[in-house]
Design a binder for this molecule. Structure first.
Ligand SMILES: [Fe+2]
Length: 283
């Protein structure tokens, strides 16, 4: 393939999809995302298939277990394995969650980091350590959360401070902003507008579960709803069009159905890009 570059629309690649997709990788998808934890331990057939896949297409990694906010020491051996995986498959970016999932043992869930000054400097130090080991910038995602223990500052201030002080880049999850804005009663547009445009490498969009009018749960198990599509369009208007990946982890429909949502992302990208090129041409 031609030179690797992150652009367009992406989709998550799951192990059970690879047999069906590999003979004829859908051209509608410009880049694919895998969790390195799910692939590093595999041998033989799966490694060969993944190598075949990554040679032909663009890839990003979206990790699950880095636990950047934890008070436990970083798992250096794991990070060395991640670096080898990124190098081997020419992965364009390694993204993770601005959260933690361990503390004297693994918790198997993404927990919110307390939004405090102390936590900002703790996380910033750890991001720098990670970047030294993987020898590329870490990309961190704004996460959904359901409780905010020990809150000294807003999620917005915490997120911006970590991004600015650490030198890391950002994965902007539009559905997480929507879900958090309802659960924690803030203005999604204001949050979106405050994100640093120059840091955004790519975005996520997903469906969620409506537990109640004032409680949304980020499940990645349903179709994307219209207010989240609208927020994605606003994100492109504010920050410029950025590569965007559809997340779907539960109730997974056939690939043909997923590709309809992939195409919907692309149509929004095209609409905003052409609107701005027209405005540019008129100026
Ligand atoms: Fe996400």
């Amino acid at each position: 393939m031609s030179q690797k570059k992150l652009a367009g629309v992406g989709l998550g690649l799951r192990r059970e999809m690879i047999d069906d997709l590999l003979p004829d990788i859908p051209k509608q998808v410009d880049f694919w995302e895998v969790a390195p934890e799910n692939w590093i331990p595999l041998g033989g057939k799966y490694q060969q298939q993944l190598t075949e896949f990554t040679k032909q297409t663009n890839f990003v990694n979206h990790g699950l277990s880095l636990s950047i906010g934890s008070s436990d020491p970083l798992d250096i051996n794991f990070l060395k394995d991640v670096k080898a995986f990124l190098d081997r498959h020419s992965v364009l970016y390694y993204s993770e969650h601005l959260s933690y999932c361990s503390g004297e043992g693994h918790m198997y869930d993404l927990m919110p980091i307390p939004f405090t000054k102390e936590a900002v400097s703790h996380v910033v130090d750890r991001i720098r350590q990670v970047q030294d080991i993987i020898e590329r910038p870490l990309v961190l995602e704004n996460v959904s959360y359901y409780a905010a223990p020990g809150q000294e500052m807003s999620e917005l201030d915490f997120t911006v401070q970590v991004l600015e002080k650490s030198g890391c880049l950002m994965l902007l999850d539009v559905n997480n902003i929507y879900v958090n804005s309802i659960n924690h009663k803030y203005d999604a547009q204001e949050f979106l507008r405050a994100m640093p445009s120059g840091k955004i490498v790519y975005g996520h969009i997903a469906g969620h579960y409506d537990e109640a009018d004032d409680l949304k749960v980020d499940t990645h198990g349903a179709d994307v709803i219209q207010p989240v599509w609208d927020l994605l369009e606003q994100a492109y208007e504010i920050h410029g069009v950025f590569p965007t990946l559809l997340e779907r982890d539960f109730n997974i429909p056939p690939i043909e159905t997923l590709l309809l949502e992939v195409e919907k992302i692309r149509s929004i990208q095209k609409r905003v890009a052409s609107k701005h090129s027209q405005i540019g041409a008129l100026a």
